[in-house]
Design a protein around this ligand. Structure first.
Ligand code: MN
Length: 235
């Protein structure tokens, strides 16, 4: 029986939910049943019920995480935040970690996973240490095009999933993991030192990647492996 992967969604200022269809197609292509989760921020019991209905979680990309949630004041380079989505996704991620339910975070989802577990994030890469110190992580190239190199640390899950320690990836982020949460390790970096992936050490499956594999797999089929790894671990 195919497993259900709950995928979190974004909402705009008019309370319209949105989710890129490529997340849905990626899970479908990996043999899972994609189920879009709405933002529920004011009913913790419902979030717990919701998580009971899915076999795994995919935290999708989106706007910035509120820095007050990891005890930092906002810097001028901080982008739009969505307090309701923060509450929902942090609770969802904490529940998934507590219940050891498989969870994959993509871009913002990687940051949410880290904050949920007690880590911090760089609010704005260019202003964190100067534009010239870091690569362009906000690519202007087509979304399926890979623009920078990522080195994976061997013997971790991510290197095992891809069967390599070297990837080239796309990049659509101005935030990144800063202090890795307790119980997690950084398992991939770009060559300017930015953390590009984290993994829960003791979790059955808790992986966050900073790039967008859902936009890559059609052009670069090896990125299917990360979605398959999530679906397969739920079996
Ligand atoms: Mn990047």
């Amino acid at each position: 029986m195919a497993k259900i992967i709950g995928i979190t969604s974004s909402q705009d200022e008019k309370n319209v939910l949105t989710l890129g269809k490529m997340y849905i197609k990626a899970i479908e292509n990996a043999g899972g049943i994609p189920l879009v989760l709405p933002v529920i921020h004011d009913n913790v019991n419902l979030i717990e019920e919701m998580i009971g209905q899915v076999d795994g979680i995919l935290l999708s990309g989106g706007v910035d995480v509120d820095p007050l949630l990891f005890d930092e004041e906002p810097v001028p380079g901080l982008g739009r935040i969505d307090p309701e989505r923060d509450v929902f996704e942090l609770e969802l991620a904490r529940l998934a970690l507590n219940k050891d339910k498989p969870i994959l975070g993509i871009c913002r989802g990687c940051q949410v996973l880290n904050v949920a577990a007690g880590g911090t994030i760089i609010q704005d890469i260019p202003s964190f240490c100067g534009d010239d110190k870091f690569f362009k992580h906000q690519q202007s190239a087509p979304r399926w095009h890979v623009t920078h190199t990522v080195d994976l640390i061997e013997h971790n899950r991510l290197a095992e999933i891809f069967g390599t320690t070297l990837l080239t990836v796309n990049s659509y982020h101005h935030q990144a993991v800063k202090q890795v949460a307790d119980g997690f390790v950084a398992t991939a970096h770009s060559r300017d030192g930015i953390i590009e992936a984290i993994e829960g050490v003791k979790s059955r499956y808790a992986v966050g990647v900073q790039w967008h594999p859902e936009l890559l797999w059609e052009h670069h089929p090896h990125f299917t492996k990360i979605f398959k790894s999530l679906v397969d671990i739920c079996q």
